[in-house]
Design a protein around this ligand. Structure first.
Ligand code: PLP
Length: 405
């Protein structure tokens, strides 16, 4: 036998497969609704004007060098990032109970958070994490990689295309005490369905009474409503109520810094002494994995977050993205219900939040859109609203209408 004969061929990543199929399709009117990245009305990636400005400031700074950051990252970035998600007046921050570590975007934060829990969390029995069903597919691999078994809890109700709140509640109530529960901070991927505030309050109450740990994945702050504070509401509420938690924070989507890998892991500790010990162990883990996080994107975000004027411009840029997406939801809904009179109820299109929408299309219909209409979406019927624009939305609505009839 030859060396590496034992290595089986892994299946290709389904989303990256779709992107390749789209790229290879010569049809001019093809539409890509699979990708989880913002596009402008001309279907182009959008470099936020505030990011361009901050990049220019960096270019003009004669003192900048390419030295290593510290193991846990750029402090001016991580502390501003903690304030962004927890609020500027967060008691956990002022009491020195927040541990913030710069990570390789949101994925790296998920990994480091999971790795830390795998090493140090006092699991009640089996090492497992509760994931929303469905969830971002990568969650499964991230937790398996660190020997934490993913188990699912009901989240999405295919009948109502909304939250299966009764199923969710009873799963959290019946889970062993001190379970780890993964929660999407806002703009749930892939469904676009979030709990409302009363529901979040009930979830927090159950989590507290059961001693559960909240693993918040926050990849879309600002993207859901167009308002950074509004989208941080659930995380801040849980932190206020004292639910033990960590947050995985990504600046890929809300700052359009996908490839720069800008993110942070924030762990809220019960005391500043515990925070000190947690920080020391996170440093040890980070050192063995990446030594030091990348500097460029963190510097850009630090400039934006720490300068009131740039922060304000960022708020506007976020609104530009979020409001375009909301406008696409409204137009699609209008086209389906008023113009094409498409059978079925399409209210979920305007009710769902963020970049993604679960359309309710089945696998066969999703595939048919690709094959017959050159409209590419994942087999689960999820579409990225960012792939819609004023030039293609009529065509997409027309094809959706045909495929469900
Ligand atoms: N978590 C969720 C729910 C996501 O949807 C994504 C990206 O699609 C991520 C985390 C991580 O993204 P990144 O590593 O690019 O920040």
């Amino acid at each position: 036998a030859e060396i590496w004969d034992n290595v089986p061929l892994a299946p290709p990543d389904s989303i990256f497969n779709l992107i390749a199929a789209y790229a290879a399709d010569p049809t001019p009117h093809k539409v890509n609704l699979s990708v989880g990245a913002y596009r402008d009305d001309d279907n182009k990636p959008w470099v936020l004007p505030v990011v361009k400005k901050a990049t220019q400031i960096l270019l003009n700074d004669p003192t900048l060098d390419h030295e290593y950051l510290s193991i846990i990252g750029f402090p001016a970035f991580t502390s501003a990032a903690a304030k962004l998600i927890l609020g500027p007046d967060s008691p956990a921050i002022t009491e020195g109970r927040v541990v913030s570590v710069q990570t390789i975007s949101g994925t790296g934060a998920n990994h480091l958070g999971a790795l830390f829990l795998s090493r140090f969390y006092q699991f009640n029995g089996t090492k497992q994490v509760y994931l929303t069903k469905p969830t971002w597919v990568n969650h499964y691999a991230v937790f398996k990689n660190v020997d934490i078994a993913p188990v699912e809890y009901p989240y999405f109700d295919p009948r109502t295309l909304g939250v299966d709140f009764d199923g969710l509640k009873s799963a959290l109530e019946n889970a062993p005490t001190r379970s780890i529960i993964l929660l999407h901070a806002c703009a749930h991927n892939p469904t676009g369905v979030d709990p409302n505030r009363e529901q979040w309050e009930e979830i927090a109450k159950i989590m507290l009474s059961k001693g559960h740990f909240a693993f918040f994945d926050s990849a879309y702050q600002g993207f859901a409503s167009g308002d950074l504070n509004n989208d941080a509401w659930a995380v801040r509420y849980f932190a206020d109520k004292g639910v033990p938690l960590l947050i995985c924070q990504s600046f890929a989507k809300n700052a359009g810094l996908y490839g720069e890998r800008v993110g942070a892991l924030h762990v809220i500790a019960p005391s500043s002494d515990a925070a000190k010990r947690i920080r020391s162990q996170l440093s040890v883990l980070q050192r063995s994995e990446i030594s030091n996080p990348p500097a460029h994107g963190a510097r850009i975000m630090s400039l934006i977050l720490n300068d009131p004027k740039l922060s304000e411009e960022w708020d506007q840029d976020i609104k530009t993205m979020a409001y375009r997406i909301i406008a696409m939801r409204e137009q699609l809904y209008k086209l389906l219900t008023e113009e094409f009179k498409t059978p079925g109820n399409w209210e979920h299109i305007i009710k769902q939040i963020g970049m993604f929408s679960f359309t309710g299309l089945n696998q066969q219909q999703s595939l048919a859109l690709g094959e017959k209409a050159h409209i590419y979406l994942t087999n689960n019927g999820r579409i990225s609203m960012a792939g819609l624009n004023t030039h293609n939305i009529r065509y997409v609505a027309e094809c959706l209408d045909k495929v469900v009839r």
